[in-house]
Structures are given as structure tokens and as C-alpha cells.
Design a protein around this ligand. Sequence first.
Ligand code: ZN
Length: 159
Amino acid sequence: MADEDKDKNDYVHDVYIQKRILDEIEQRCKNNKYEIIGMLVGNAYKHKGKEYVLINGFLFSALIEGSAIFTQVIDGAVGEMSVMKEKEHPGSIIVGWWHSHPNLGVFLSSVDIKTMEMFNKGFHVALVVDPIRNERAFFKIDDEKHYHYVSYAVLREKK
Ligand SMILES: [Zn+2]
């Protein structure tokens, strides 16, 4: 309890995500034995100099479903998904991306780190889900292109 209070008062996570959104992403990952990928939608904020994001939506591209080498198609997909964002989530921005690692564990591969170059804002995060091992993590990369786990909180209520 004390820890929870401390969290609320002093600590700002890098990521806040609505449970409904996380559940939907993880369900999609479970339903697909291949790596799947999409965008995280929401807004970015700053608190005492620290940037964080609130994720309240996601995009999923059928275009890249099942593709093992999705970096080759992600460029096109980013364009396609930007159009979807405007339609489905007006007023929101792309705050990162998500993809699955079926039975691989959660980390960013060298390909994923390359993909992060397209998400080069300070607040951009990557969510990796392993639906078989039941693992998930959010990552950011630093200037040296090393990835780091970032802290997140799951919001049970809307807003
Ligand atoms: Zn990956």
C-alpha cells in the first residue's frame, strides 16, 4: 500500500496503458502464431521534465500479419496506419509500436532496434509481447542504440 501511494505521488512511469487496450493487443498476439505488429496510439505528456505516454488505442495492420521480415514492409504500413489513425483516433498521435515474439522472450532484436529509428521521439516506446511465455515489456532505446526496459502502469478504468 505504501508503495502504491508513493507511486501515485512521486513517481511517473514512462508508460500508462489502458487495460482494455493491452488485453486486446495480447489477445491478438495469442491468436497468431507468427510475429504480428502494430502501432500504439495515445498522447505524450511531460511531468517535471519527464516525458511519458498514455496509450488509449492501437492500430493493427493486416498488411504485415504473418510476415517474418516486416521491416521491409513497415514503411508502407506506417503510411497506411497513419491514415487509419486519423480516421479512428482523431486528436491522438502515434506514441510507439508493438509486436509479438512468439516463444522468443521479450527483448529488442537488432531488427527491432533498426525499426526504432522510425520512432525517434523521446517518448516513443516499443511494446513486445510473448504470448506463449506470457511475458511483456515496454522498451526505449538510448543514443547508443541500446534498449532499456521502461516502467509502465496498467490503468483499469477508462481515463
Ligand atoms: Zn522483435
